[in-house]
Design a protein around this ligand. Structure first.
Ligand code: FRU
Length: 681
């Protein structure tokens, strides 16, 4: 458990220690009374429509009105069971506090329940409490979401002892409530009524060994994720002294956004990652609500010195009169330890009312100077500012690199400008009507202005944002992105972490001038085990090629010989759920559908895929424990997070309810972990 002792992890530490360590001296003297104890709590799913069997022990948060029949909230369905659930917000809102306890029962082998509401392990939780001494044996907080996620606890260490559940709400303000439904005990806690086994999720199930990622059923195995806490944008990407560096916007204390740090990993290729110490740490917050931190930025090699530029964000609510966004530079000579930041741009240029952030450094081949692109927006239009320098310290404003027409967002975040295959490409991230989008433009650049010739969306899926690119030593233009966005549900919060970076991709221009992408070649090195390969296969009905929650499926479909209107693939599939990929032959529309995928954002995402040579469709599909990335032969991509509920949900199937699908080939390869051992300390 030693990793939980770092000073910044105290909040999580308290919760996790309480959650996962059996008491040293189990009270066993209850064996005689076990027979008389109930097998589980009375009214375990609140289906009486009231609090029968439950006792309000404090406060007003759990008044009678807390038992709710509401099926949806502002963000979608609750996914509760039966007609009722305990919605901690319903009786008295976020500001009410209170506690509720269940009737006493004999601790079974397992307890499972649906939990939702705010994330706050110290003030919002469902706890298993021993009657004899009031010891809190296990506890589970919410996910900052109203949609339920199922926790499963192994309660065998206390089997037979008299216990009860406590629902605790001591938090006021935003997300100051916790929700509970469908408490199950024993075999019913592990296996659902449909015969499928629930995935074992929750804080109590987190690995205690450092980065034992295999233990978490929702933890991607070959995508970079934070061991604990939160990540968003990839930052500072660079191939430096033979190693690929990946920094990430990071909040170590909670699985949600907060005062930003830069997490840091490096590796010998663009797919395996070794965790390094947090590279950039903000000053301690001035108050509990001070969100000042180190925002996104980029890296270059300055004559052997690793140099990063980033936005210093100062939360003006906590620091009145300060400038919210400035640019700083920090350097490292060993690629691990960084100097404190030096301010290089103290003030945004005029016309930056929507923001001024995310500096992207590059050496400009047009004039040989250092350039810096900074995201901004004004008067309803996103834009990018450009600066020039000879020493990375003194910067001259060169004007607006390019700006939108008002239809592509009001603030362009994370700009990135680079040459590719004879053109220039601009990446930028926007919010359009509440929708996060990763956009790009292909065009011309003359050393100070970028002129777009065509526009596109980088990835048709819902979970690619804040993309950043770099050129590696082999001259490839590589890119990764935050595999989520600001609207996404983050059910992995149930285990104390949130956020993942997309698989590194190689960028190229397609024959028709679009920005194409494919998984980096080193993805092949993740392969473990024996692939299942078939050639020349006709599918009628459903054909399962195999199973895999960390796997790669490559297939070539003969569209001419396929009589089904739609080529359908079921990924992460069981009888109860699946992430579906459908290619509609007549329109060329490729759809990734997470509406029945499990927890997470239910949606359908589309892109267009041209048929390839000989009227074929080539698909390269990367499935990880909570993600699916689809690449087509013509460089289009669809990326979405998907979080199955059941252990059985890992089948990979082709389906043709009517007609047939003709496969030229299909190959399913198991992929292993991308996590490299820590650097020796
Ligand atoms: C993009 C972004 C950036 C900012 C960072 C803060 O996702 O909003 O503009 O620098 O995240 O974490």
């Amino acid at each position: 458990m030693s990793r939980w002792k770092a000073p910044h992890t105290t909040l999580l530490a308290a919760a996790l220690v309480a959650a996962s360590i059996p008491l040293a001296t189990p009270l066993t003297s209850h064996a005689a009374t076990t027979k008389t104890l109930a097998a589980g709590p009375v009214n375990p799913g609140f289906e009486t429509g009231d609090l029968t069997g439950w006792t309000v022990t404090e406060g007003t948060a759990f008044g009678p009105g807390a038992v709710s029949t509401a099926t949806t909230y502002w963000g979608g369905p609750f996914h509760h069971r039966g007609g009722h659930h305990l919605w901690g917000h319903a009786a008295a809102g976020d500001d009410a506090t209170g506690t509720l306890k269940s009737s006493t029962f004999a601790a079974p082998s397992h307890i499972g329940f649906l939990v939702a509401g705010g994330w706050d392990p110290q003030r919002l939780y469902v706890a298993l409490v021993r009657d004899a001494d009031g010891a809190r044996l296990l506890s589970q907080t919410g996910t900052d979401d109203e949609a339920y996620v199922r926790t499963v606890w192994d309660t065998s260490p206390w089997r037979g002892q008299a216990v009860h559940l406590e629902v605790v709400d001591r938090r006021t303000g935003g997300w100051g409530h916790i929700n509970l439904d469908d408490v199950r005990v024993g075999a019913a806690a592990v296996r659902d009524d449909n015969g499928l086994a629930f995935r074992t999720l929750g804080q109590a199930n987190q690995p205690t060994a450092r980065r034992d990622y295999a233990a978490d059923p929702l933890r991607p195995q070959y995508h970079y994720t934070p061991y604990q806490g939160w990540i968003n944008d990839p930052n500072g990407l660079i191939h430096w002294r033979g190693r690929h560096h990946l920094f990430s916007q990071h909040y170590p204390d909670a699985p949600k956004w907060g005062p930003m740090h830069w997490a840091h990993a490096d590796g010998p290729d663009a797919v395996h990652w070794r965790e390094l110490p947090v590279a950039l740490t903000p000053a301690p917050p001035a108050s509990p609500t001070d969100n000042s931190g180190i925002f996104s930025g980029s890296a270059v090699d300055d004559d052997g010195t690793l140099t990063v530029a980033y936005t210093r964000f100062t939360d003006t609510a906590a620091h009145p009169g300060a400038t919210a966004e400035t640019v700083e530079i920090a350097t490292s000579t060993d690629g691990v330890a960084f100097t404190p930041g030096t301010e290089v741009i103290a003030q945004a240029p005029p016309g930056s009312s929507a923001g001024f952030r995310d500096p992207k450094l590059f050496r400009d081949p047009v004039d040989g100077r250092w350039k810096m692109a900074v995201g901004s927006g004004d008067a309803g239009r996103g834009k990018v500012h450009l600066y020039a320098s000879d020493d990375l310290r003194t910067w001259t404003y060169s004007g607006v690199l390019t700006e939108g027409d008002g239809t592509t967002g009001t603030m362009w975040e994370c700009p990135d400008l680079f040459p590719l295959d004879g053109k220039w490409v601009l990446l930028y991230s926007t919010n359009e009507g509440g929708q996060s989008l990763q956009r790009y433009a292909v065009g011309a650049y003359d050393g100070s202005r970028f002129t777009a010739e065509r526009h596109g969306i980088l990835d048709g899926g819902g979970d690619v944002y804040a993309a950043q690119s770099y050129e590696d030593d082999a001259g490839r233009r590589l890119m990764t992105a935050w595999m989520s966005d600001w609207n996404a549900k983050e059910p992995t919060r149930i285990g104390g972490w949130a956020g993942a970076q997309a698989l590194h991709r190689e960028l190229f221009l397609t024959a028709d001038g679009r920005l194409g992408q494919r998984p980096v070649a080193e993805t092949d090195t993740l392969a473990t085990g024996t692939p299942v390969t078939v050639n020349g296969k006709t599918v009628q009905g459903t054909w399962r090629i195999g199973r895999g929650d960390s796997a790669r499926l490559r297939t070539m479909v003969d569209l001419g010989a396929t009589t089904a209107d739609t080529v359908t693939l079921r990924l992460k599939a069981s009888a109860a759920e699946a992430t579906e990929l459908r290619y509609e032959k007549s329109t060329g529309t490729l759809t990734l559908d997470t509406t029945r995928a499990g927890y997470g954002t239910p949606a359908t995402f589309t892109t267009h895929a041209e048929a390839g040579p000989g009227n074929t469709l080539a698909l390269d599909i990367l499935v990880d424990r909570s993600s699916v990335e689809v690449f087509t032969g013509d460089g289009a991509a669809l990326t979405a997070r998907a979080y199955p509920r059941y252990q059985e949900s890992d089948a990979v199937e082709f389906t043709a309810p009517t007609g047939r699908i003709r496969l030229v080939s299909a190959s399913l390869t198991p992929l292993g972990s991308a996590v490299l051992p820590d650097r020796p300390r």
